[in-house]
Design a binder for this molecule. Structure first.
Ligand code: HEM
Length: 120
């Protein structure tokens, strides 16, 4: 039989808000990034700023789709009991979804590499 899901509240998440004890949540799942801050390609600061909080929209905004595959490694085993999405975030996520479908986030390799060849 599957293990029952384990939950914490947003208040409990807030307690893990510092270097060495740094948790964030993304889409209702809680991640322990205490060690990852030292290896994160985006540096320590963005993670420290969002420590103990929901980081879903920042995660979506700052990463290519390939970053999602890293998340599982940091799953704490906890889900947020009181996870909810604000109206603003809902709108933002809808926009990202529509823009992605339109291909607006795809890398245009030639668009960047061709001018570089001309300048160097
Ligand atoms: C468990 C959580 C996170 C993981 C696994 C993760 C993973 C990554 C990875 C793999 C990259 C390199 C992406 C690439 O190939 O270009 C990256 C870059 C970055 N991440 Fe995160 N990240 C996390 C959380 C966050 C959060 C919460 C923020 C908040 C803003 C953030 C901001 C950034 C920034 C600014 C960069 C640099 C982008 C660039 O210079 O091109 N990350 N992260």
């Amino acid at each position: 039989m599957a293990e029952p899901k384990r939950y914490i509240t947003s208040e409990e998440l807030k307690a893990h808000n510092k270097s060495g004890d740094l948790w964030i949540s993304i889409q209702g799942k809680v991640y322990d990034v205490s060690e990852w801050v030292n290896h994160h390609p985006g540096g320590e600061l963005p993670l420290l700023n969002l420590a103990g909080q929901d980081a879903t929209d920042a995660f979506v905004a700052y990463h290519p789709g390939t970053a999602w595959q890293f998340l599982d490694k940091f799953f704490s085993g906890f889900y947020l009991k009181d996870y909810s999405v604000s109206e603003v975030s809902k709108d933002y996520r809808k926009l990202v979804y529509e823009f992605s479908k339109m291909g607006l986030f795809e890398k245009k390799v030639m668009g960047f590499s061709f001018p570089c060849v001309l300048w160097h």
